[in-house]
Design a binder for this molecule. Sequence first.
Ligand code: PGA
Length: 259
Amino acid sequence: MKTIIANWKMNVGVRESVALARGTLLALRGRRVIPEVVICPPFVALSEVHKVIAHSAVQIGAQNVFWEDHGAFTGEISARMLTELGVSHVIIGHSERRENLCETDEMAKKKVAQALANQMNVILCVGETAQERTAGTERERVRTQLAHALSDVRLKSHDRLLIAYEPVWAIGTGQTPDVPDVLAMHEFIRSVLSDVLPNMDASQLRVLYGGSVDGTNSYQFLREKTIDGLLVGAASVKLNQFKEIIDATSEVLDAQKSV
Ligand code: PGA
């Protein structure tokens, strides 16, 4: 199986989100095998988008969550509120939040705990900056992010946690790492996951790639067995691009099926 997460970020309002959700459903229609698709609209559009995808296989995710259940936390949104809207997934630890809102690994840890306690599926983003890669400390960085955010986690099912490896320097820049580099980092991530979650079979946990994925480069990542899917930002709000990514995913899934 391959999972495609569409992170619409702050790029679309309610009306555009509804149109995009309809377009996404059309892009999936008539395929032999469909990938798992999770669309993550801005908070304000979650409810309307949920109506559009309600009777389809597409799932809906939030781009953030707060770590408390309720209370005096102006502007924040709890996991319980999200599940009320039919939201099944949540992106945690995205580098744009780490950078713009000073989110820390400790905050990611509290958010992961809260999301899991509310039966949500967590998409935890990890990845190094350009400086860390130049300094050769990218593995250290990713290990710290994973080990901290997952230190208290007791998972019951492999489905509940997805890791998105997103090198910060690849996000929104048009630059992507070479596939062998992504494969090496994915292998490393799985080795950290087996340390951090000893009761889980790390080979069964999904590890995705994200960062400047588009219609033309998606296939090279998707065809790799150990890349379980993609987290797509900018290209997920361009329907023609997103359709090309779905086409590439279907091609890979069809090929796997006929083996
Ligand atoms: P991008 O974003 O595809 O626009 O690089 C990916 C992400 O931020 O998750």
